[in-house]
Design a protein around this ligand. Structure first.
Ligand code: 6GU
Length: 235
């Protein structure tokens, strides 16, 4: 899988060299390339934004640098990529979206700043048959200063689902939000020592009775889901 990320703050994406995603890159499972949008600015001031038509606060990112950057990436590959645009106005980026993105051969992520990217950029690339579609995604109901932190979250959520990335092949299956497990949150987890600061590990987990342990975990997960996320399915 290949992921190109375009940003005016390429250093923001440095954490993608670390941990699980960094290891997936070293293993050749994912090829991630970060690009500086400003290199595609056309005027002498390297401008990437301007005031919004119709008035209002903030600045909007210019379509020209985005067109130049995205066309350059497209020219460097044979097959049509999918364009992902992080946006607080996007479709919900949930576990299902993460699984869909993890199955795409080439994803280009366009990280906007300010009040977002001129809407004609999404419209243009959605209407081209040398691109495989445009998806605008939001990672949650709050507003970030730009798409970079959202891109980090989306890349990590997608890459960890690729075969060979997780140490334990089963670890993605019983995650919170995985459809396989009915979408309930995971319950509490414990390790050694059996007592810590006067707090004991629940006896059932030390019992060795796997039927009882499974039943207890299911009940804890359902209780937690009811309390914290009544909006989620909870079988
Ligand atoms: Cl994807 N971008 C920005 N700027 N803010 C957000 C977001 C994305 N998702 C939630 N808030």
């Amino acid at each position: 899988m290949r992921i190109d990320i375009v940003s005016i703050f390429p250093e923001y994406l440095a954490p993608l060299e670390l941990s699980l995603v960094g290891k997936a890159r070293e293993a050749g499972i994912v090829d991630i390339r970060v690009h500086d949008l400003r290199e595609f600015a056309t005027d002498k001031h390297r401008s990437v934004d301007d005031t919004p038509y119709g008035g209002g606060p903030g600045m909007v990112m210019l379509p020209e640098p985005w067109g130049a950057a995205l066309d350059a990436i497209r020219t460097s590959v044979e097959q049509p990529p999918v364009l992902v645009i992080p946006s607080p106005s996007g479709y919900q980026f949930d576990q299902e979206a993460a699984a869909e993105v993890s199955d795409i051969e080439h994803v280009v992520i366009a990280c906007g700043r300010y009040e977002g990217i001129d809407s004609r950029v999404a419209e243009h690339y959605a209407g081209r048959d040398d691109w495989a579609g445009v998806r605008e995604y939001s990672i949650g109901d709050y507003v970030l200063a730009g798409g970079e932190a959202a891109a980090l979250a989306m890349v990590e959520a997608a890459v960890r689902l690729k075969p060979g990335v997780l140490g334990n092949a089963d670890s993605a299956v019983d995650d919170s939000f995985s459809k396989v497990d009915g979408a309930a949150l995971e319950g509490p987890v414990f390790t050694r020592p059996p007592a810590w600061r006067n707090l004991e590990v629940p006896d059932v987990l030390l019992s060795g009775d796997h039927a009882r342990i499974d039943a207890w975990r299911r009940q804890q997960a359902e209780e937690r889901t009811r309390a914290r996320r009544p909006d989620l399915p909870n079988p």
